[in-house]
Design a protein around this ligand. Structure first.
Ligand code: SF4
Ligand code: FES
Length: 261
């Protein structure tokens, strides 16, 4: 995962005036309003805004790059893949958690400033960079790896299509933290495991090849575990991978009660 000093030119700097077939890509002005914080200079956060010309194919990440590379190199944020895979650029855009690289400017109301803030509930280090350690601590606690004590087979550990389907949805997680940092319980209680850890526990609890489902259910049957969930569906709304996060949490709760995996 990298910050923003070592990557190729943003899409907005490439000549997009002529699309394939000669069609013109529309350009328009946007005002990008970013919440800034730099403890080396001030303990107070502030808002900075820039009006910039962008294209119809640009995303919020391209606008952030344009500011960073052409106007203010001190603007600090994480991103790596720029294509919705690495999960490093979750931000609060117009008050909602999204990936900057998957949010097209044309889909936002460009007649008003587009606001960008760090995700909530995690300590801010600088501008949009938060300390992800509490998030990954919970992730590690649910043991996000296959545990099977039987002798390793010479070929694959087989499972049926139905068995694989049981946890298919939760394999899609990219650990962006958009769900966990949209959860009001997590905002008020940084101890709560949070939706992402439960999603990743679900991925192994319901895997027929795994032996440690009971162990993970015990971990999550904690006062800071699944029972803190208030079913607000913020997590499901926030997930850029379309994972049914609240449903996965409900299935883990049910498994704790019935021990039926
Ligand atoms: S469940 Fe969705 S929102 Fe949560 S960390 Fe995984 S990909 Fe991100
Ligand atoms: S930069 Fe990798 S998901 Fe957006």
């Amino acid at each position: 995962m990298s910050t923003t000093s070592d990557v190729a030119e943003p899409a907005s700097k490439v000549d997009l005036d002529q699309g394939e077939g000669g069609g013109e890509v529309p350009s328009f002005d946007i005002t990008l309003k970013v919440r800034r914080y730099d403890p080396e200079f001030s303990e107070e956060a502030r808002w900075d805004e820039w009006t910039i010309t962008m294209f119809g194919t640009d995303r919020v990440l391209d606008a952030m790059h344009k500011v960073k590379w052409e106007i203010d190199g001190s603007l600090t944020f994480r991103r790596s893949c720029a294509h919705g895979i690495c999960g490093s650029d979750a931000m609060r855009i117009n008050g909602r958690n999204r990936l900057a690289c998957k949010t097209l400017l044309k889909d936002l109301d460009t007649s008003k400033p587009i606001t960008v803030e760090p995700i909530k509930g995690l300590p801010i280090e600088k501008d949009l960079i938060v300390d992800m350690e509490p998030f990954f601590q919970s992730y590690r606690e649910i043991m996000p790896f296959l545990i099977n004590s039987s002798p390793a087979p010479t070929a694959e550990r087989l499972q049926s299509a139905e068995e694989r389907q049981r946890f298919d949805d939760t394999t899609k997680c990219i650990l962006c933290a958009a769900c966990t940092s949209s959860c009001p319980v997590f905002w008020t209680d940084g101890q709560y495991f949070g939706p992402a850890a439960i999603v990743n526990a679900h991925r192994f609890i319901f895997d027929s090849r795994d032996d440690a489902g009971d162990l993970r259910l015990e971990v999550l049957n904690d006062k800071e575990g699944v029972w803190r969930c208030r079913t607000t569906f913020n997590c499901t709304d926030a997930c850029p991978r379309g994972i049914e996060v609240t449903k996965a949490i409900a299935e883990v709760k049910q498994a704790i009660l019935t021990r039926a995996m």
